[in-house]
Ligand binder design. Structure first.
Ligand code: FE2
Ligand code: FE2
Length: 290
């Protein structure tokens, strides 16, 4: 009888029950925003298809971060007021928060620290992408979701994942290796696979899938390099804040990723300092969806 090989990624995704629901709106919004002729009504229509999201966008648009005039209960007016890109960022942040802020007992990483790491990486990736002449939106999304696979592993293996995570002792390269040995799949692969199933654009999927090995990639490795650099910066900043998302070692492939995005060592340092100064923006974005 013919034996079929099982796929560890498929097996694992089946083990995570229930799988977080796909943020259907995000891939559609991303492709709408990449169209230079997109108009406001198209975006309003997309957001309005999801009543819970429409309510969240209205609430966020009226929040202290954006509201400089009287509150509005009208979605079109709210979108016009804050601008299309800010609406996109709000929707990504709200979707991200709903899938990334699920406490995983036994993992050893605080939900709050993980969420902040995700937002910080998203923002750092957006800034870097823009400097590289790329679109900021897809890289903000990839940065926000880059470690989503860790949450899936923590959900599937609970304290076993917590043990692997603490044995890696803040060394991202060692963590990925240990994940492969213990669970036959690493968090980057797993996150990439889920984003593929959710129909995210290839550059977002590839950036997440290869963020720990940007030199491998598949030709889309500029996006993976952007996430590798942004992730490192987020870890560096969080290390000085005593976060449970701090890393004691740099991410493998960092040198090559820096070269790919065109950073000299001095430019990398100056980017770290610029991102350090943006921590208040990160805090504001982290709290927006709370
Ligand atoms: Fe990672
Ligand atoms: Fe990370």
């Amino acid at each position: 009888m013919e034996q079929t090989m099982s796929d560890p990624v498929v097996d694992l995704l089946e083990k995570v029950e229930p799988l977080p629901t796909a943020p259907m709106i995000l891939p559609k919004l991303l492709s709408a925003l990449s169209d230079p002729d997109v108009d406001l009504d198209e975006i309003v229509l997309l957001v309005a298809q999801d009543p819970a999201m429409a309510a969240t966008v209205l609430r966020l648009c009226n929040s202290a971060y954006f509201a400089d005039s009287s509150p509005t209960a009208e979605l079109r007016q709210a979108v016009a007021r804050v601008g299309l890109y800010n609406v996109y960022r709000l929707v990504v942040t709200a979707c991200g928060q709903s899938v990334l802020s699920i406490a995983q007992p036994g993992w050893g990483v605080e939900v709050h620290d993980f969420w902040k790491h995700s937002v910080l990486t998203g923002l750092a990736a957006e800034v870097l992408a823009t400097e590289c002449g790329e679109m900021g939106g897809p890289m903000f999304t990839a940065g926000l979701l880059h470690d989503f696979g860790k949450l899936l592993l923590a959900s599937a293996f609970e304290t076993d994942y917590g043990r692997v995570s603490s044995q890696a002792a803040g060394d991202p390269g060692k963590l990925v290796e240990m994940e492969r040995i213990s669970f036959l799949v690493d968090h980057a692969q797993l996150g990439g696979e889920l984003l593929k199933r959710w129909n995210f654009p290839i550059e977002v999927e590839a950036a997440v899938r290869w963020h720990h090995s940007p030199e491998v990639g598949d030709g889309s490795n500029l996006s993976a390099s952007i996430i590798t650099v942004a992730d490192t910066v987020a870890h560096l900043i969080q290390s000085s804040q005593g976060s449970t998302c701090a890393a004691e070692a740099t991410i493998p492939g960092l040198d090559r990723a820096c070269k790919r995005v065109g950073f000299s060592p001095a430019e990398f340092q100056s980017y770290v300092e610029r991102m350090r100064e943006m921590v208040t923006v990160v805090d504001a974005i982290s709290q927006l969806a709370a």
